[in-house]
Design a protein around this ligand. Structure first.
Ligand code: BEZ
Length: 256
C-alpha cells in the first residue's frame, strides 16, 4: 500500500498499522476481483506491511510483494512473506507473473503512471491480469483543499506539492490500453471511509509531504488549522471522522 518514499513521505509500519489499518481491511472487494488460485504466481505491487499479501498467499498462490519503503518490507518479511524493496516506477520483472495486484498504492506513483503500467505489463506472462484499486478522481477532495488553503497562509504553494494522482475512469482506461491491456472492468466508487483514530492520525501518516515543508514549531498549528476547517464536513457530532475517499477499481488483461 505504500509507494514512493520521496516527497517527504516516510512510511513507518507501526504508525501505519495504528492509523491506517483500515486500508488493507477495506481491500476485500479488490481481492475478490483478483480471485487468486493455487499454483498461480502473483505480484503484490506496493505490498505495504503485507496484510493483503498474506491473504493472497493463503489462497495457495505463490506471492512476491514489493514496496519502496524498507520499513514496510521488513514488516511484511516478518509475516514470512517473500517481500522485496523495489520502486513501483521501475519494476524489475519480465513475463513471470499470472497476475499483478495492487491496493491503495498506484495513486502515490504520480510522477509517471505510464511507466508503472508498462512495468506491470512487462512483469506479466501473456494473458496475465492486472487487478487493482487506487484513489480515483475526487478522492479526499475536501482534505486536499483544506491543506492547500492552510499552507497558503504559511506561504507554501501546496498545490504544487500534491503527491497523489487520482485519475478518472477515462484517463486510466486509456493509459491501460496504450500499454496493451484490455480492460474488463473499471469503476469509480465513492467510499466514505471512517477513520480508526482521527484526522490528526490521518494527516500524520498520509500528509507528511506538506507539513515537513514548515519549520518544526509551525507544524502542529498548521495541522490544527486544517483539522478545524475540516471538522464541520468530515467529523460527526460524536467526534467520529470520515474521509471522503473515491476508489478507482479495475481488472484488465494482456492478450494471450
Ligand atoms: C487512498 O487510499 O485513497 C489515499 C490514501 C492517502 C491519501 C490519499 C488517498
Amino acid at each position: 500500500m505504500t509507494a514512493d518514499t520521496k516527497q517527504g513521505q516516510h512510511w513507518l509500519a507501526d504508525s501505519y498499522s495504528e492509523h491506517a489499518h483500515f486500508v488493507p481491511a477495506l481491500g476485500q472487494p479488490v481481492l475478490e476481483l483478483l480471485r487468486p488460485s493455487p499454483g498461480e504466481r502473483i505480484l503484490d505491487l506496493a505490498c505495504g506491511d503485507g496484510v493483503l499479501t498474506e491473504k493472497i498467499a493463503a489462497s495457495g498462490a505463490a506471492v512476491v510483494g514489493v514496496d519502496a519503503a524498507p520499513d514496510m518490507v521488513n514488516a511484511a518479511g516478518k509475516r514470512g512473506l517473500d517481500a522485496r524493496v523495489m520502486d513501483g516506477l521501475a519494476l524489475q520483472f519480465k513475463h513471470e507473473f499470472d497476475a499483478v495486484f495492487s491496493n491503495a498504492a498506484l495513486h502515490w506513483m504520480k510522477s509517471d503512471p505510464d511507466a508503472v503500467i508498462a512495468g506491470v505489463a512487462r512483469a506479466l506472462k501473456p494473458g496475465g491480469r492486472f487487478v487493482a484499486e487506487m484513489g480515483g478522481h475526487g478522492c479526499i477532495a475536501s482534505i486536499a483543499v483544506a491543506i492547500v488553503a492552510v499552507m497558503a497562509r504559511y506561504g507554501v504553494d501546496a498545490q504544487r506539492l500534491i503527491p497523489w494522482y487520482f485519475p478518472t475512469v477515462d484517463d486510466y482506461r486509456a493509459r491501460l490500453e496504450r500499454q496493451g491491456f484490455m480492460v474488463d472492468y473499471i469503476e469509480l466508487i465513492p467510499r466514505p471511509t471512517p477513520l480508526p483514530t482521527d484526522m490528526t492520525g490521518w494527516l500524520e501518516v498520509f500528509a507528511a509531504t506538506f507539513f515537513s515543508r514548515l519549520p518544526e514549531q509551525q507544524r502542529s498549528a498548521a495541522r490544527d488549522e486544517v483539522i478545524e476547517l475540516l471538522r464541520p464536513v468530515l467529523c460527526d457530532e460524536r467526534g467520529r471522522w470520515t474521509a471522503d475517499y473515491m476508489r478507482l477499481r479495475f481488472r484488465a488483461h494482456l492478450p494471450a
